[in-house]
Design a protein around this ligand. Structure first.
Ligand SMILES: [Zn+2]
Length: 322
């Protein structure tokens, strides 16, 4: 526990008098920031909903649900796109589903191997939902599941209690797969991974809605991880362009369009890859290459200061391996 130092008594009275209004405001803001996780689905098309998660990092307040979640209604049942990061937040997601529809949840799709895409699976499996993911997500989940859970426990404390990494039970193997439920068509697009190896996009051709998972980040900066592939990420973004969705629900950030996805995700990956390709070809070392990357056009994105150095160095290392 960190020691909180208090001012000496003589000083304290002075401070109380001068800082009272500021303290009151600070407390009000703290109360606002400390609001409990509120999962709410907004309608984005007929029978299609999205919960837009926090765009900052994982905190105890957001219960690790700093990502978007999707919901699709069909006459034969509901389909959830991503299950949240924990058992307890999955229950809150389920409550939010019940506020929209009395339909049972038939399927839960995991659009990738990042914690908030699948660590809530246990709750939904216990409710009888089938867990669907791309086959490439499974080894990533096996490799990283326990580490992800330990990291969440460190941040969330008791709010992570009850969570167990539960793997998807129905695996999609191809790059383009199609399933139907109650007459609603679900197309699944996988281009070899993006942010994580199992990154899967869910396309609803009848509504022209795309749930991009972590292929598209808007408002905030995307994260290049050791398991990411910026090359295949761009292949996945090419699919977004081809589909030309009427509604694009990104993995992170507000409901958006292709032009914004281009500006906030694709442009960064293109710039990083072009810069790092030249650096590797010229024999520039990673430190110098990271330093000379012009990140200025992307610093407007949330979390950029924390993520930019890692994004740059990992892109360099990936290109070095190519
Ligand atoms: Zn994510």
């Amino acid at each position: 526990m960190p020691t909180i130092k208090t001012p000496r008594p003589t000083l304290r009275a002075t401070l109380r008098a001068t800082l009272a209004p500021a303290l009151a405001l600070g407390l009000a803001l703290a109360a606002f920031a400390a609001q409990a996780l509120d999962v709410r689905f907004q309608r984005v098309a007929e029978g299609v909903y999205a919960h837009i998660g926090d765009t900052g990092g994982r905190t105890a307040d957001n219960e690790g649900l700093n990502a978007n979640i999707g919901l699709v209604l069909t006459p034969a049942g509901a389909v959830l796109v991503d299950s949240g990061a924990t058992w307890q937040s999955a229950r809150k997601i389920h409550e939010a589903v019940k506020a929209v529809t009395p339909l049972p949840l038939k399927w839960v799709v995991n659009t990738g191997g990042q914690d908030h895409r699948w660590l809530g699976n246990g709750w939904f499996a216990a409710q009888g939902a089938e867990l669907i993911a791309h086959a490439s997500a499974r080894p990533d989940m096996v490799n990283r599941g326990n580490d992800q859970l330990q990291a969440l426990k460190a941040t969330l404390g008791a709010k992570a209690d009850g969570t167990v990494p539960m793997l998807p039970t129905r695996l999609l193997a191809g790059s383009d797969e199609r399933l139907e439920l109650g007459g609603v068509v679900f197309e699944f697009k996988h281009r070899g991974g993006a942010h994580t190896p199992g990154d899967l996009m869910v396309w609803l051709p009848q509504r022209r809605v795309l749930f991009s998972g972590d292929v598209v980040y808007v408002d905030r900066m995307l994260g290049v991880l050791p398991v990411s592939s910026t090359k295949r990420w761009l292949d996945s973004l090419a699919v977004v362009e081809q589909l030309a969705p009427a509604v694009l629900v990104p993995g992170h950030g507000r409901v958006t369009d292709v032009a914004t996805a281009r500006a906030d995700s694709q442009a960064l990956l293109l710039a990083l890859r072009a810069h790092m390709k030249k650096a590797v070809d010229d024999g520039t070392d990673v430190g110098a290459a990271v330093k000379s990357f012009d990140a200025a056009p992307f610093m407007r994105l949330l979390n950029a200061a924390e993520l930019m150095p890692g994004n740059a160095s990992r892109t360099y290392l990936e290109i070095e391996r190519e």
